[in-house]
Design a protein around this ligand. Structure first.
Ligand SMILES: Nc1ncnc2c1ncn2[C@@H]1O[C@H](COP(=O)(O)OP(=O)(O)O)[C@@H](O)[C@H]1O
Ligand SMILES: [Mg+2]
Length: 515
């Protein structure tokens, strides 16, 4: 982090927006950067005005433009005639503005003009302005001159220091093996980690990874863009998908140190496309269990922000948090919904969606310990850039389940509602539900449960058969769309199952679709 800031300053960047809620940690880092560069560090805040590192007040508080004016006044009138000494006096400075995003979100024209002038001077004089705050809001007028830097979340080393500090202050012995504890803290800021550790000490009288994980889940949720999901669903709860399952089985150890030592490139992720209700989301949960990695769900809808720069900011938060809790599985469910506007808001037009996509796509190709599990019901709405080779390790296609698979799904669904599948002729039900998705089979069984409950008895085979008749499967309604999806999938994707069927709309029995 320090290196990155130093490089930007050396490269003559007149301004940096440093985004973090950890003001103290960032200030300490900036002080060390200033020292390394032989720069003076000045800080401006609304409450203290502009001060030197020793607290000497340079200009009054209260006016955000005051400090900019002060900087302007330092410069000799005729730069051409200025002595080395005079130039030195006004250059070689790192000027940190705290919470300045609050003034830049809807800036007044005077301030924007003053900043524009200042940035020009800063380039010539070798001074760099740092806008340090929990958000970045850079007006378009100065955007090109400001490098946005996300202050990394603390690594294990920094978190260890927090833990040791807390233990020593409170006379608690540091546990011998701290790996689990440190791992559970990853993804938190130092303040959050300290709170979670303290809570664990108060409630459990020890540093307990489970308590810290619980706190982390709350923090991640508060960010509004990601959420931990835990369901306990395994592949035993999923019917069919033998191919996909075998594929994941092979990759379950791919995040391990042995895999790294062996020289395996880290897996990036999969995109699963197919009919709605086919169990794509379900499989994401099962995958998380199979790989023993937490599943964090990205809410694409929430990634869009109202004010300028907010969407990019949210995307950055998402990426940063996902990386911090890695290794993990990032669940991007129904991505077409989140990316719908992006296809039209094309990259080249530079719209918000395009900019977000430009952040997301290269990141997806990086090895960062974040395995992406993305699903889509409608590939026509996805930006083509997303499908390019290299983004995903594999694109799976989920077709309507075959007869055997439907039998499995019937068995699973009946057991899910605490009934004995042997009571029903599930092989017969499978035949009767040709063209049904897993979700529709579940719906039919729920309908049967309702009817039977109304009559105060257990659902009979007849009740279930009756319920099947009342479900109108999507494949009948959307035969054309499903066939379109199949045609698209052919040659482009790998089938998630060796025997999923294309029968519903072709009427030609089992067909295997494979890349
Ligand atoms: N292959 C399957 N095996 C077992 N249950 C299934 C299957 N497919 C769908 N279901 C049931 O239907 C529900 C909805 O499926 P979901 O995973 O949301 O489908 P999709 O994400 O493909 O639209 C699941 O929670 C599960 O109860
Ligand atoms: Mg789904």
């Amino acid at each position: 982090m320090k290196e990155r800031i130093e490089e930007l300053i050396r490269a003559g960047y007149p301004a940096i927006a440093l985004v973090t809620s950890e003001e103290d940690r960032a200030k300490a880092e900036l002080a060390s950067v200033a020292q390394a560069l032989g720069y003076q560090l000045w800080t401006w805040s609304l409450s203290t005005g502009l001060t030197t590192i020793d607290g000497v007040k340079l200009c009054d508080e209260g006016k955000p433009g005051g400090a900019v004016q002060f900087l302007a006044d330092l410069v000799p009138e005729d730069m051409g005639q200025a002595t080395e000494e005079e130039l030195e006096k006004c250059g070689n400075k790192l000027i940190v503005f705290l919470d300045y995003h609050m003034f830049l979100a809807q800036p007044n024209p005077m301030l924007v003009r003053a900043l524009k002038d200042e940035l020009k001077r800063a380039k010539e004089l070798g001074r760099t302005l740092v806008f340090l705050g929990c958000k970045s809001a850079i007006p378009a007028e100065i955007e090109k001159d400001v490098a946005i830097v996300d202050f990394d979340l603390p690594d294990k080393g920094a978190l260890k220091a927090v833990m040791e500090g807390l233990c020593s202050t409170n006379g608690v012995e540091v546990p011998e093996n701290t790996d689990d504890i440190l791992e559970s803290m990853l993804g938190m800021t130092t303040t959050e980690a300290e709170c979670a550790l303290s809570l664990s000490l108060v409630t459990k009288k020890k540093l307990d990874p489970a308590t810290i994980w619980h706190e982390k889940a709350q923090i991640v949720k508060k960010s509004g863009v990601l959420e931990f999901v835990e369901t306990g669903i395994t592949f035993d709860n999923v019917g069919g998908y033998d191919e996909a399952r075998a594929y994941y089985e092979m990759r379950r150890r791919a995040f391990s140190d042995e895999a790294k030592a062996y020289g395996l490139p880290p897996p990036k992720g999969v995109l699963v496309v197919g009919v709605q209700g086919g169990g794509k989301s379900l499989m994401g949960h099962a995958l998380s269990n199979l790989m023993s990695r937490p599943l964090i769900k990205c809410d694409f809808g929430n990634l869009r922000g109202g004010i300028q720069g907010e969407s990019e900011q949210k995307m950055r938060t998402m990426i940063q948090t996902a990386e911090a809790v890695a290794p993990c599985i990032l669940f991007m469910d129904e991505i077409e919904k989140g990316l719908a506007g992006y296809a039209s808001d094309h990259m080249t037009t530079g719209g918000t969606g395009g900019r977000q996509l430009q952040m997301l796509l290269p990141w997806m190709e990086k090895a960062n310990g974040v395995y992406i599990y993305a699903t889509s019901n409608d590939i026509t709405k996805l930006p083509p850039e997303l499908m390019r080779k290299g983004r995903f390790d594999e694109i799976f296609f989920v077709d309507l389940p075959s007869c055997d698979e439907r039998k499995d799904i019937w068995d699973i669904q009946i057991a899910k509602y605490n009934r004995d599948p042997h009571v029903y002729l599930t092989a017969k039900l499978a035949v009767q539900t040709e063209g049904f998705t897993g979700a529709e089979i579940e719906q039919a069984f729920i309908d049967a449960l309702y009817s039977a409950f109304a009559l105060d008895r257990e659902p009979s085979m007849q009740d279930v058969e009756q319920a099947i008749k009342s479900v109108f499967p999507l494949s009948k309604l959307m035969g054309k769309e499903i066939q379109g999806l199949r045609d698209w999938a052919k040659g482009r994707t790998r089938s998630a199952s060796t025997q999923s069927q294309a029968k519903a709309s072709t009427g030609q029995g089992k067909r295997r679709i494979k890349a």
